[in-house]
Design a protein around this ligand. Structure first.
Ligand SMILES: Nc1ncnc2c1ncn2[C@@H]1O[C@H](COP(=O)(O)OP(=O)(O)O)[C@@H](O)[C@H]1O
Ligand SMILES: [Mg+2]
Length: 239
């Protein structure tokens, strides 16, 4: 089963073509890494896939739904960890996760929230207002909110940057376990070590174009480190 399919998707901002004629399929159960230098179009592509931006052209289907026609249903079904956003300053950490559970009409609210406070080791921060949390703790909340409803598909934009190594390890193990259950993770990063460690499949985006896509095992067969492979593809600029 396909988790998503893009056909000839293009997005422009004025004169800038942020995403250029991108076609891509991601199968259910993949831990898919979207790699690319800063400004290559990763965040724009994730916003297109999650119905946060309309494309200028092309077709996008997510969990067998046309994203342009069903942006709200798509957002209900998937989880999203955005690149920039932080939780609302005026709620405590615990209230924020409870709030997300309410919006998503979830049962067993305390169990769901406690699982994340425990997995990411920040139960002591439950009563703290989000405005007073450290950056890393706010990022933990953003991770938790995306998974409270156990979505079939989660989009994660540069997920691990503010997390310390111990928490990164727990989260990576969680992601590997998650795809083991047939769910799909689509994440963007420019940190190649993380991609090399956990991805099943990758695409390399350069100036809005996909210059490589395939299983990570294919890259490894070339006996190149992902970093050398990445630099080679980005310099070549072609598929
Ligand atoms: N809202 C916007 N308005 C104008 N230009 C944008 C906007 N969002 C992104 N861009 C431009 O699109 C390109 C891709 O950006 P982005 O998707 O954020 O890349 P990445 O996430 O890979 O760093 C960049 O040139 C960026 O400046
Ligand atoms: Mg980005």
């Amino acid at each position: 089963m396909l988790a998503m399919k893009l056909e000839h998707v293009t997005k422009t901002f004025g004169d800038v073509e942020a995403v250029s004629d991108v076609s891509l399929e991601v199968a259910a159960g993949e831990l898919f890494g979207l790699l690319g230098p800063n400004g290559s179009g990763k965040t724009t592509l994730i916003k297109l896939l999650t119905g946060q931006l309309p494309p200028n052209g092309g077709a996008i289907s997510v969990l067998d739904m046309d994203v342009l026609r069903n942006p709200i249903t798509v957002r209900e079904k998937v989880g999203i960890i955005p690149e920039q956003e932080t939780p609302p300053s005026f709620l405590t950490a615990e209230e924020y996760l409870q709030f997300v559970c309410t919006i998503r009409k979830l049962d067993r609210v305390d169990d769901r929230c406690d699982r994340w406070f425990s997995l990411l080791d920040f139960a002591d921060q439950k009563p703290v207002l989000c405005k007073d949390l450290s950056r890393g703790t706010r990022q933990k909340l953003m991770v938790a909110q995306a998974f409270l409803h156990e979505p079939l598909l989660a989009f994660i934009d540069e997920p691990l940057i503010n997390l310390d190594p111990l928490i990164q390890r727990s989260f990576k193990d969680f992601l590997l376990d998650y795809i083991g259950k047939g769910r799909t993770i689509f994440f963007s990063t420019h940190v190649l070590e993380i991609a090399e460690e956990i991805c099943t499949d990758i695409a390399i985006l350069h100036r809005g174009h996909i210059v490589y896509k395939g299983p990570l095992s294919e890259v490894m067969k070339s006996h190149m480190h992902l970093e050398d492979f990445f630099i080679d593809r980005v310099h070549r600029g072609g598929p």
